[in-house]
Design a binder for this molecule. Sequence first.
Ligand code: G3P
Length: 217
Amino acid sequence: MKFFIDTANLAQIKEANDFGILDGVTTNPSLMAKEGIKGSAAVMQHYKTICEMVNGDISAEVISTDFASIVEEGKKLAAIHKNIVVKVPMIKDGIKAIKWFSDNGIKTNCTLIFSAGQAILAAKAGATYISPFIGRIDDSGWDGVELIAQIANIYSIQGFKSEILAASIRNALHIIKCAEAGADVCTCPLDSILGLLKHPLTDIGLAKFLEDAKKFA
Ligand code: G3P
């Protein structure tokens, strides 16, 4: 399973990249706004900076919602760097645009997936990645990880090639459950990735080893 970081914060991207396990980055308009980035030139420059920091797929989301504008915006985003993946919302014109990008060699990430039916449509259109939002599904009283497992099963039976990118991850357990359910990628906040390190018996065990090491140092 690939690890992406779900943020537009450069310090967090650097920390995850330096950790040595990072395969890519996902952003969205909310994450960009959180960093105080304003204006299309600044947005484009921010994506470029991320691409220069991380050697992996970098999702940059369109904010257009009609076919022609999504294609125009996506072409500009894709021109920033070879690793840009155009992130497109799960709407009718979005699916049409994903098909166009797929036919024209531009990688896509179909975002805001909340059902198996949406995942099937995105795969049919040729999306490189599809992003089910598992935390938001949990918030609404359904089981987000179950959706990952359902999509993984459908894609395996049908031979769909889109990669399942589990998004809206809230904690380390989500990452483990998504790995178990067949996600190809997890995009996570830095805290959830670092949460995988934690186990009290590791801390207790290391303290004891270091204490015993003093006896022969
Ligand atoms: O990038 C999309 C997704 O990961 C959003 O997560 O926490 O806003 O539901 P969240």
